[in-house]
Write a protein that binds this ligand. Structure first.
Ligand code: TXA
Ligand code: MG
Length: 362
């Protein structure tokens, strides 16, 4: 198996997302079984997988991503019966949630079983589990014969990969292979909820809106301020939240409104900031929406619209690729607009705040 940064490019298998070539799946699975690490698509973003109980392989995942060892990994299952191998004291609601949302972008945190190595959970007594809604991922887990531990397949701190090309950019020579099934559906990670406390706690908003999960649970989910991307959490609560995340190389400045969004003020402020940074000789990028795009076209900046302000699915999906596009154009400063914090808007605002170096309230 390959050493970190060996300079040897990863093997790439191009596969059909709905009906992947069984030989590619078998080859990738056999690399996993012999302790290698392979990137694969899910419906959210690409993951970097290792078989969950091969501790050396799990360590390679952390090394390849340069991820701090105390930031735990999600375990991906292909059948509900695997949950009882990984978790104990499973509350009844888990069955309800799984019935409604799995396979799909919901990750559930439960008390871990003794089978799960501490390396996987960053030393925590809890384990995060999800069943991805992607045929390539499900077939890979089945062929590997065991749950697969997989964080997003990006370098730690970078925007998550929504294409195999992004994985190659970040990790190409540090991993053994990549199953390339094209662009992912949601383009933003799964929603993570902790079911070990009452009420359940949102650890990370994601592509499954909290409101949908609340309908099944019949209770309000507690949303701590770190889940909105504000402040930082203690390690024991939500380990991934204490590092800067999802970040482009450019400095991202997020312009927000104090209460309800006043888009006129936001636009005026972004225009002023753009002029200021251009005056300093910086290359400026503006991350806007279809409704506001025309308001920036007279400014000599790279302007990217994420889509209509009424289409959070599209905005969430285009966010990471757009941040990477700004990087490829060597933009120094990105100025970004806010969206309302409901449904997927909560997820978008979490990612924007965590990617930002500065937030401005207008
Ligand atoms: O959509 C996704 O969730 C993607 C795909 C590949 O499945 N995976 C992903 O993994 O985003 P990662 O490692 O980038 O993010 C996992 C998040 C982190 O915020 C981590 O702290 C949290 O889940 N997490 C994992 N295990 C946990 C645990 N035992 N307790 C609390 N949080 C946990
Ligand atoms: Mg990640």
């Amino acid at each position: 198996m390959k050493k970190e940064g060996s300079g040897v490019p990863a093997k790439i298998w191009k596969v059909d997302p709905s009906d992947p070539d069984p030989r590619a799946i078998e080859e990738a699975a056999s690399i996993l079984k012999s302790g290698g690490v392979v990137a694969f698509p899910t419906e959210t973003v690409y993951g970097l997988g290792a078989i969950y109980n091969l501790v050396e392989a799990v360590k390679k995942v952390f090394q390849a991503k340069k991820r701090p060892m105390d930031n735990p990994l999600i375990l991906h299952v292909s059948s509900f019966s695997q949950v009882s191998e990984l978790a104990v004291d499973i509350p009844l609601e888990v069955h309800e949630l799984a019935k409604r949302f799995w396979p799909g972008p919901l990750t559930i945190v439960l008390p871990k079983s003794a089978r799960v190595p501490r390396e996987v959970t960053g030393g925590l007594g809890k384990v995060a589990i999800r069943m991805p809604a992607h045929n390539v991922a499900l077939k890979l887990i089945e062929a590997a014969g065991a749950p697969i531990a997989a964080p997003s397949a990006n370098l730690s701190g970078r925007p998550s990969p929504t294409t195999a090309q992004h994985v190659i950019e970040d990790l190409g020579d540090a991993i053994d292979g990549i199953l390339d099934a094209g662009e992912t559906l949601y383009g933003v990670e799964s929603t993570v909820i902790d079911l070990t406390s009452r009420p359940p706690v949102l650890l990370r908003p994601g592509s499954m809106p909290v409101e949908e999960i609340e309908k099944v649970l019949g209770v309000k989910i507690f949303i701590p301020s770190f889940a909105r991307g504000l402040g930082e959490a203690e390690k024991a609560v939500a380990p991934g939240t204490k590092y800067r995340h999802y970040s482009p190389r450019a400095t991202l400045i997020l312009v927000e409104s104090r209460d309800t969004i006043n888009i006129e003020k936001v636009v005026a402020n972004i225009r002023e900031l753009a002029t200021y940074h251009l005056g300093l000789g910086k290359k400026v990028g503006i991350l806007c929406t279809d409704e506001t795009r025309d308001r920036y076209l007279d400014i000599p900046a790279e302007v990217i619209s994420l889509g209509s302000r009424r289409d959070f699915f599209q905005i969430a999906k285009r966010l990471y690729p757009s941040l990477r596009t700004f990087d490829s154009k060597n933009v120094d400063v990105i100025l970004a607009e806010p969206v309302e914090e409901r449904g997927l808007g909560l997820t978008i605002m979490n990612r924007l705040r965590k990617a930002s170096s500065q937030r401005i309230l207008v």
